[in-house]
Design a protein around this ligand. Structure first.
Ligand code: RIB
Length: 291
């Protein structure tokens, strides 16, 4: 089985700051580091590190060769990443001393991925493979529809959240992940809470409280508590969680086991500074001994 991820690829410029800046404020950073990022790339790396075969579908600019090389180094299949004339996406990320962040995105090449390139990539997908999408690329609805027609497990990470973007892919989804505030916003926009959405599996993440899974077929819900750790940087922790859950399912693990493994991976991730480059691998996750 494989995971096909239509996902963003960014250069993350991460600034350590004493506090998150307010409107009109000029703030000096204590430190600057560059990481591979983008919610899509983070999820691809997480799923690859969790043991899945991951084919990333996306685009970088003429300046983005380093990002493709790094994805390859992390075990991601990069054959379907185009190089386009538009500059590679980037993110300016401020992280405060408590580990909270603020992100400013320049989408760049992530918004000009060619529809033909996506269709060609997916010709190699097999029924039962996973198709993953997030809200940082173009062509989400058309790709979700194609994936559903092909019998792929269509999964959507609703981040950055936009109710209209979710509504556009909703008829095609098998799996949806979003946070509690977003679940309320989606309920306002659709009239459906997570338990009533027309999506087989819904996960609502609850930050430090963990995550709740809704099996809308059986009506069962289950809370998976988070593992308490001292957080230094929450950036990319949600992406790590999503990548691990989907890799678990792709590798045939039951939902509960996939979520528990993802919870451990996300707990490790918040103790590290950075994004895709520092996502834990399966060995880290298995050896992890929380305090
Ligand atoms: O979720 C974290 C990610 O959001 C960062 O890597 C950044 O690039 C933005 O896409």
């Amino acid at each position: 089985m494989a995971i096909w991820n239509l996902g963003s690829i960014n250069a993350d410029m991460v600034y350590s700051v004493p506090h998150l800046p307010g409107p009109g404020e000029t703030l000096a950073a204590d430190d600057l580091s560059r990481f591979l990022g983008g919610k899509g790339a983070n999820m691809s790396v997480a799923a690859a590190r969790a043991g899945s075969h991951v084919c990333h579908i996306g685009a970088v600019g003429p300046d983005g060769g380093w990002a493709i090389e790094r994805l390859m180094e992390y075990g991601v299949d990069t054959r379907h990443i185009e190089q386009v004339a538009t500059a590679t996406g980037h993110a300016i990320i401020a992280v405060d001393r408590g580990g909270e962040n603020m992100i400013l995105l320049y989408p760049g090449a992530n918004q000009v991925i060619s529809g033909d390139g996506i269709s060609v990539a997916l010709t190699a997908a097999q029924t039962g493979d996973t198709l993953l999408l997030q809200n940082e690329t173009n062509a989400q609805a058309a790709t979700a529809a194609l994936g559903a027609r092909m019998g792929l497990r269509v999964c959507y990470a609703a981040a950055p959240f936009d109710a209209d973007a979710v509504k556009a892919v909703l008829p095609h989804l098998d799996f949806l992940i979003l946070n509690a505030v977003e679940a309320e916003q989606l309920a306002d926009a659709t009239g459906y809470g997570p338990e009533a959405l027309p999506v087989r599996d819904v996960i609502v993440t609850l930050g430090a409280k963990g995550a709740r899974h809704f099996d809308t077929n059986t009506g069962e819900t289950r809370l998976f508590p988070a593992i308490p750790v001292t957080s230094v940087d929450t950036t990319g922790a949600g992406d790590t969680f999503t990548g691990y859950v989907l890799a678990g399912l792709d590798r045939g693990l039951p939902m509960a086991q996939s979520i528990m493994q993802a919870t451990r991976a996300a707990a490790i991730m918040v103790t590290r500074h950075g994004t895709a480059d520092v996502i834990p691998d399966l060995k880290d996750v298995q050896e992890f001994r929380p305090d």
